[in-house]
Design a binder for this molecule. Structure first.
Ligand SMILES: Nc1ncnc2c1ncn2[C@@H]1O[C@H](COP(=O)(O)OP(=O)(O)OP(=O)(O)O)[C@@H](O)[C@H]1O
Ligand SMILES: O=c1[nH]c(=O)c2[nH+]cn([C@@H]3O[C@H](COP(=O)(O)O)[C@@H](O)[C@H]3O)c2[nH]1
Ligand SMILES: NC(=O)CC[C@H](N)C(=O)O
Ligand SMILES: [Mg+2]
Length: 546
């Protein structure tokens, strides 16, 4: 049995996904995890020799590149010598062919959208097993402009379409497969079965569940923190940090102390609510620190969204370090007092660690995988961290998706209304106020947002929406209120529906509801004379406006 501090990929049979920059890469990770197989995505530049774990199989993603481009991303040839099954998807298939002497060319009939592939049975079980559960025709989703014009030696066709004769190929003796279509998107309705067949080809055990994760993670945290050190928790009252806090509390009990920072850009009444919630529902020690003056002064005049995130990320760490020092000083004082009274008291450990509720998408979106995939936003808790911070980070949820965290929360006994809360970003209203952040702007947005969310709850929409909020736009528009001309600001209403927050659609409210909310906001919030509705999906938009 491996040591318990080992990373997750050493504790579970795991697959490796090499990301060549496709917008769908993270979906491959999700599809495998839904089959209870743990997997991790790494940049395509990953060298097998530098990997400190052994995947049970490797999947090569799609890519915006063409394999014949100068500077196209290349797979480490050792991938094909690792002795584990390999599946190439779209660009991945083309790269497999390219590396094995096949030919790839731009095609005059590009395929975007739905297609039916015809399965070709070779009669050799080793090659046919990828499509073992499929009928002769499989509906799939295509998105490619290039295609194979020559099959590499030692490979055979296992599926074709009218316009792509090499829609899937398999090596004649090694477990190497390539598919031209995107089995990872939900528009490929048989995707799950295909990944399931590949998981079996890899011989991977399907034991990645949140209930096994809890025990292993608690043991891992204990091992990491040791018998004496203490952990400070960066807790927002959001789902992620509440689940992380509950896990930490289960692991080290009273040696964990949560800190919630009022950064001046929280929603109306948030700090008070969180205080009650953490004390009452989670039984965790918590300190609420009002640092709003510090945050707002540092944000003064800043408009650039990435700068806002960085300032907030850095300032959070400054505040946490200061709090840790205060708690340590208080403990020392208490010990000195006990000693003076002749009582024996063991000295408390230092706050060596900082707990954050960072999730996998925060990491994926913040870090630019060298080469193809570009940074979208620097999440304040990943790319916005203070360099040379003193405390070491503990992020138990760093490999998990939101729906996995919610399941974990339920298993840990966190009440449903907490687990079901819409996410609220750490940089808060600062990334919903377009333009400079001032106390006045914060107050306007807080008031509009509170009305919007109150009405959403009242009308029973809350649990059907993944995330809803108001945005304060940096424009002024003319209005007429009480026969007087106004020249005021505009609120945009956003409501997104998504499972993983990586792609999203907008929620379709009844007109009646929208007109009621619009009325209330313009009547009740001074400074607003217009309300607009955001009807953009992600992509091309993102969920937040900044
Ligand atoms: N006001 C805050 N005080 C202390 N820590 C915070 C605060 N806001 C965010 N954080 C830290 O930053 C992390 C990332 O924030 P994020 O909003 O993504 O997660 P969350 O607030 O825990 O959950 P949710 O996504 O449901 O809002 C949090 O898990 C927490 O560790
Ligand atoms: O804690 C956070 N710090 C950030 O800097 C940050 N930026 C975006 N988000 C949240 O991430 C999810 C996806 O948002 P986007 O589509 O806007 O990237 C949504 O849930 C956003 O609210 C953040 N959360
Ligand atoms: N989605 C993809 O992986 C596309 C691969 C390559 N750029 C093509 O157009 O064929
Ligand atoms: Mg949050």
């Amino acid at each position: 049995m491996p040591a318990l501090t080992e990373a997750i990929h050493s504790q579970y049979d795991s697959l490796l996904i090499l990301d060549f920059g496709s917008q769908y890469s993270h979906l491959i990770t999700r599809r495998c995890r839904e089959l209870n197989v743990y997997c991790e995505m790494l940049p395509c530049t990953q060298k097998m020799a530098d990997l400190d774990w052994t995947p049970k199989g490797i999947i090569l993603s799609g890519s915006p590149y063409s394999v014949y481009d100068d500077g196209a991303p290349r797979v480490d040839p050792a991938v094909f010598e690792a002795g584990v099954p390999v599946l190439g998807i779209c660009y991945g298939l083309q790269e497999i062919a390219w590396c094995h002497g096949g030919k790839v060319d731009p095609h005059d009939r590009r395929e975007y959208g739905r297609a039916d592939v015809q399965v070709v049975r070779t009669g050799d079980e080793r090659m046919d097993r990828l499509f073992r559960d499929e009928a002769d025709s499989v509906p799939v989703w295509m998105s490619h402009g290039d295609q194979l014009s020559k099959c590499p030696d030692n490979f055979q066709v296992i599926a074709r379409t009218d316009s792509a004769p090499f829609a899937a190929i398999a090596h004649t003796s090694k477990p190497i497969f390539g598919i031209q279509f995107h089995a990872e998107v939900t528009h490929s309705p048989r995707g799950k079965e295909l990944f399931s067949a590949f998981v079996d080809i890899c011989g991977a055990q399907r034991n990645w569940t949140m209930s096994t994760f809890i025990d292993k993670e608690i043991a891992r945290i204990r091992e990491m923190v040791g018998p004496r050190d203490r952990v400070l928790g960066a807790i927002s009252g959001g789902v992620d940090s509440s689940v992380a806090a509950k896990l930490m509390h289960a692991a080290i009990g009273e040696r964990f102390h949560a800190v919630m920072v009022d950064n001046g850009v929280l929603r109306a009444g948030e700090a008070k609510q969180v205080d009650e919630m953490l004390n009452k529902h989670l039984g965790v020690n918590v300190t609420i620190v009002d640092a709003s003056e510090l945050f707002l002064s540092r944000l003064e005049g800043v408009e650039d969204p990435e700068k806002k995130r960085k300032i907030i990320g850095n300032t959070f760490i400054n505040v946490f370090e200061e709090e840790a020092a205060k708690l340590e000083a208080a403990a020392e004082e208490e010990e000195a007092k006990a000693k003076a009274e002749g009582k024996e008291q063991e000295a408390k450990g230092k706050y060596e660690f900082l707990l954050q509720g960072t999730l996998y998408p925060d990491v994926i979106e913040s870090i630019s995988f060298k080469g193809p995939s570009a940074t979208i936003k620097t999440h304040h808790n990943v790319g916005g961290l203070l360099e040379n911070m003193k405390m070491k980070l503990i992020e138990p949820l760093r490999e998990l998706f939101k729906d996995e965290v919610r399941e974990l929360g339920k298993l840990l006994g966190i009440p449903a209304h907490l687990v079901g809360r819409h996410p609220f970003p750490g940089p808060g209203l600062a990334i919903r106020i377009l333009g400079p952040v001032t106390r006045g702007q914060v107050a306007i947005l807080q008031a509009a947002d509170a009305i919007y969310i109150e009405e959403i709850r009242r009308a029973g929409h809350y649990d059907k929406i993944s995330q809803a909020f108001a945005v304060l736009l940096p424009v002024r528009a003319v209005g007429v209120q009480g026969d007087k001309r106004t020249y005021d600001q505009v609120i945009a209403l956003r409501a997104a529906q998504t499972t993983d927050f990586m792609t999203a659609t907008w929620y379709d409210f009844p007109h009646q509801f929208l007109s009621h909310v619009s009325n209330r906001i313009t009547n009740e919030v001074a400074g607003i004379n217009r309300v607009v509705l955001d009807i953009s999906s992600k992509p091309p938009a993102t969920i937040e406006w900044l």
